[in-house]
Design a protein around this ligand. Structure first.
Ligand code: ATP
Ligand code: MG
Length: 233
């Protein structure tokens, strides 16, 4: 069973008179409760692929099914609801609001959701119980990324999309963030997708998608994940 399937997805951008083909006939699937790692060099189309999965943008051609919805045909209003109801996002630079506490930052992610975790529950689930009243400036990089993950998962999304979540962290802290993402995939129905430059992170996933120049270079499914502690970073 797949949660999301992309079929022959093409994404072109026009830059002046030039056309950039960011995704070139890509097909792959994302499975629920699994962690998929997306690899590839800079400019290979990783973020573009994430944007397609998350309903931030629609493909130039090709189809994307998310459960029983063909999101590639959605208009802006439908995409907004899809993102709000089903997708959590985590970015390299956390994107926390500096003048809001950890709990307030988390609350922003789920304020329109019915079955959401409370901010305290979401923070506890990422190992930050008791830090509800801390401001981002009072937290380490790894802790800020945990708050961002708590914000993204509080609404219990189907899909958690992480674009270079360890890109700004040292290797030890990065490892704990990957361990947390791994445990979200293992203990909830949420499908986790992690974009990274760091090929060694792929071993921690259940599946790996490798992009190159907008094309799918390989898609390894059903790999046996290596415990994060055993990965050479
Ligand atoms: N909004 C846009 N307008 C024009 N071109 C774009 C846009 N977004 C992406 N591109 C182009 O599409 C290609 C793929 O970009 P993308 O951001 O998906 O790469 P990436 O694999 O995420 O790279 P990085 O590792 O540097 O983040 C690049 O050539 C990029 O310049
Ligand atoms: Mg990118």
């Amino acid at each position: 069973m797949s949660l999301i399937s992309l079929t022959n997805v093409v994404k072109k951008y026009s830059v002046g008179k030039q056309e950039v083909i960011a995704l070139d006939h890509i097909s792959f699937e994302i499975k629920p409760a699994k962690m998929t790692v997306v690899l590839g060099p800079s400019g290979s189309g990783k973020s573009t692929a994430l944007n397609m999965l998350g309903g931030m943008d629609t493909p130039t051609s090709g189809t994307i099914w998310a459960d029983d919805q063909e999101i590639s045909t959605f208009n802006d209003g439908q995409l907004t609801l899809y993102r709000r109801d089903h997708v959590g996002f985590v970015f390299q630079h956390y994107n926390l609001i500096p003048n809001l506490t950890a709990a307030e930052n988390v609350g922003i992610g789920s304020q329109y959701s019915r079955d959401a975790m409370s901010p305290a529950e979401a923070l506890a689930s990422v190992g930050l119980a008791g830090r509800e009243r801390s401001f981002p400036s009072e937290l380490s990089g790894g802790q800020m990324q945990r708050v961002a993950i708590a914000r993204a998962i509080a609404k219990r999304p189907r899909l958690l999309l992480c674009d270079e979540p360890t890109g700004a962290l040292d290797s030890g802290t990065g490892r704990t963030v990957i361990e947390l993402l791994r445990s979200i995939a293992d203990t909830t129905d949420t499908a986790v997708v992690v974009v990274t430059h760091n090929a060694s992170i792929a071993a921690a996933g259940d599946a790996t998608v490798t992009l190159h120049d907008g094309q799918l270079q390989s898609h390894v499914q059903y790999q046996v994940p290596v415990p994060v502690g055993e990965i050479d970073w």
